[in-house]
Write a protein that binds this ligand. Structure first.
Ligand SMILES: NC(=O)c1ccc[n+]([C@@H]2O[C@H](COP(=O)([O-])OP(=O)(O)OC[C@H]3O[C@@H](n4cnc5c(N)ncnc54)[C@H](O)[C@@H]3O)[C@@H](O)[C@H]2O)c1
Length: 251
């Protein structure tokens, strides 16, 4: 085991039926942590939790739409009933509203509903989730909250609601860092460039000439959560293959 300190602790993640959140919880379970998968997709989240259990891990899957506080509270209560504590939260549910809500023609053609989805899932849901777990973390005097941003939250190079929300995740992480430091809580924003959670991401340029494998991002998250990352809080990690550094000029 790479991180023995995770054994017996509890990690919860949103958007955990797929992508980087699922990989994070799979790795946490391998390290002996109890894991709670939260996703709006009921079937997929239960199947993912069952696969972790089949692999010898301790996991529960909970369906919740993070736009609704009562559903978040339900997920957190189930986690606490089963495991008694919450040590790590990864706010990962999200995505580009143009893609998810099947919009085309840019911002001026975006439906108000798609913009609402973009802000509500990418930012509001994360803030609501923090509201639901932070009290327990303060009581434990321990916790780490990872908020998934994006290179676009720094460069502004994607749909307006997406870039605004992902920029907001940096502010959220700084706010938690300030509020939580004296209660043993750290928080960090992780801002990836293209990650191969879907094949289309291979088309986005980076200085390194490729998109990231999901594990390259999740390895950083594991490090930040671990005791090795104990002095890290309130910052934003760019993990983008140099995409932001190139500022659009790929030679
Ligand atoms: N993949 C990339 O290239 C990339 C790059 C930069 C940032 N990010 C960000 O990283 C995060 C994870 O990306 P990914 O590609 O691993 O994820 P993904 O697209 O594989 O999974 C997103 C998950 O969120 C869930 N979800 C959607 N709406 C929800 C809601 N209302 N409530 C609960 N769950 C909901 C979906 O069902 C899905 O399982 C996202 O926030 C994304 O914006 C991804």
């Amino acid at each position: 085991m790479e991180y023995p300190e995770f054994k017996g602790r509890t990690a919860i993640a949103t958007g955990a039926a797929s992508g980087m959140a699922l990989l994070f919880l799979q790795k946490m379970a391998k390290e002996g942590a109890n894991v709670v998968l939260v996703d709006v997709n009921a079937e997929a989240v239960e199947a993912a939790a069952e696969a972790i259990r089949q692999d010898g891990g301790s996991a529960i899957g909970v369906q919740a739409d993070i736009r609704k506080y009562d559903q978040i509270e339900h997920a957190v209560n189930l986690a606490l009933e089963k495991y008694g504590r919450i040590d790590y939260l990864m706010n990962s549910a999200g995505g580009n509203s143009q893609r998810v809500c099947k919009q085309s023609g840019g911002f001026l053609n975006a439906s108000p509903e798609s913009i609402e989805w973009g802000v509500d899932v990418n930012l509001k849901g994360a803030i609501l989730f923090v509201r639901a777990v932070l009290g327990k973390m303060f009581e434990q005097n321990y916790g780490v909250i990872i908020n998934m941003g994006s290179v676009d939250g720094v460069t502004g190079a994607m749909g307006l609601d997406y870039t605004a929300s992902k920029c907001g995740m940096i502010g959220l992480s700084k706010g938690i860092a300030n509020y939580g430091a004296s209660h043993g809580v750290r928080s960090v924003c992780i801002s990836p460039g293209p990650v191969l959670t879907r094949p289309a991401m291979a088309n986005m340029k980076t200085l390194l000439g490729r998109a990231a494998e999901p594990r390259e991002v999740v390895d950083l998250i594991m490090y930040v959560c671990s005791d090795k990352g104990s002095f890290i809080t309130g910052c934003n990690y760019m993990i983008d293959g140099g995409r932001s550094c190139a500022m659009g000029n790929f030679l």
